[in-house]
Ligand binder design. Structure first.
Ligand code: XIL
Length: 383
């Protein structure tokens, strides 16, 4: 509380007053070194070293990395008897070489998981096999094999895993995913048990979007309690942080971090980006399968971001970081979902081919005013 008063006294209760010129000399990771890790999600061109511009930013500014796609089931285990470790190996090698905290994302999810996982390989003809869902025991075996193989390979190297991703509906009930339908609700506990056994020292996280909304947050709280009651050492909950300009409110973020911290787990912001493009849907969900048609009015900033919108973005980032710093006792990491605006998945989701500006570095790798706003916020906080 004392810290919060200091922050509010330094930054002004009505929000942070931001200078518009001059970039601070420090880096993100240094500015928040007493608060939390600062991470970025990397794509293959980055961790394989091809995108040298962005690699330089990552080395200078970040002390944690997440794999944007390389460790998802469809990438690392595309065929039943075939793992594709190349990109994931390059990802962890990048993190090791640069002394970073390496995150694993993600083991069990309803998206980016190949169809074969849920299909029986019994039956004489391909059509017949495709129609038949696999049975519970076999799916559990597949899940166990996947988790032991992937977590085992990076044992002692990947520091923390998003074991289960997005298992909840907006109302807080369990999502009726193939995992849930075929195995039943205990698939979640099983996934954490396998992961813990595969690497007892790795931190285990639950990761989801929209936990800032009360109903879904309550679902996550119930889920964490259930895991704890089953003896699972769950270390943290990840708030994805795919935020809009008007959602969630600072208050919602505040309440969510406070509520989760009462469970005795860390809170991480795992996929932060800010969407200021016109909404394609009323939904706040970061459901990756959403896909809407491109219309000119939904893509207004193809020639750059107007100063007024830029200013709103700066303020929003500063307000969010003030909130994260306020909760620095429990917030252990803030990870951006990408490095430069050009890399961001928001250029292609939920509409393909837009020009998005959700991150702190612009398309040619220069820090944006929002970068400065975040650093100024850090500087305003009394350590
Ligand atoms: C996204 C990636 O950024 C895209 O490249 C990919 O096409 C789809 O997935 N929630 C998550 C992330 O947990 O894994 C998603 O990443 C974004 C939403």
């Amino acid at each position: 509380m004392k810290l919060f008063m200091k922050i509010m006294a330094s930054v002004g209760i009505m929000g942070v007053v931001l200078a518009t010129s001059g970039f601070a000399q420090t880096t993100l990771k240094d500015a928040f070194k007493n608060d939390f890790l600062i991470g970025a999600a990397l794509n293959e061109a980055e961790f394989a070293g091809r995108n040298t511009n962005t690699v330089a930013i990552v080395k200078a500014q970040f002390n944690s990395i997440s794999p944007e796609n390389a460790l998802k089931w469809e990438s690392i285990h595309p065929r039943q008897f075939g793992f594709n470790f190349g990109p994931a190996d390059a990802y962890v090698a990048f993190g090791q070489k640069n002394g970073m905290f390496i995150v694993g994302h993600t083991l069990v999810w309803h998206n980016q998981t190949p169809k074969w996982v849920f299909q029986s390989d019994q039956g004489s003809r391909t059509v017949e096999r495709k129609r038949r869902p696999v049975d519970r025991d076999i799916l559990l075996q597949r899940m166990s094999n996947h988790i032991f193989t992937v977590v085992g390979r990076y044992k002692g190297i990947i520091g923390g895993w998003d074991v289960v991703n997005e298992a909840l509906n907006d109302d807080g009930a369990l999502r009726q995913s193939e995992w849930e339908k075929i195995i039943g609700p205990d698939y979640i506990i099983k996934a954490y048990q396998f992961a813990h056994e595969a690497d007892p020292k790795a931190e285990l996280y639950y990761n989801d979007y929209s936990l800032e909304n009360e109903a879904k947050r309550n679902g996550a709280i119930a889920l964490v309690r259930k895991l704890q009651a089953a003896g699972i050492p769950i270390a943290g909950v990840g708030l994805q942080g795919h935020y809009k300009m008007d959602w969630p409110t600072n208050n919602q973020v505040d309440e969510t971090i406070t509520a989760l911290s009462k469970l005795g787990v860390k809170v991480m912001i795992t996929e932060l980006d800010l969407d200021m493009l016109p909404p394609a849907t009323k939904s706040q969900a970061a459901e990756v399968s959403m896909n809407f048609a491109l219309r000119a009015e939904l893509n207004p900033y193809t020639n750059g971001l107007p100063a007024a919108v830029q200013q709103q973005l700066n303020q929003r980032y500063a307000d969010l970081f003030a909130m994260f710093v306020k909760h620095r006792d429990v917030v252990s990491r803030v990870t951006f979902w990408g490095v430069t605006d050009g890399d961001s998945w928001q250029n292609n989701w939920p509409i393909k081919g837009r020009t998005a500006y959700p991150l702190l570095f612009n398309r040619d790798g220069r820090p944006k005013p929002a970068f400065n706003a975040v650093l100024q916020l850090a500087a305003a906080v009394v350590p």
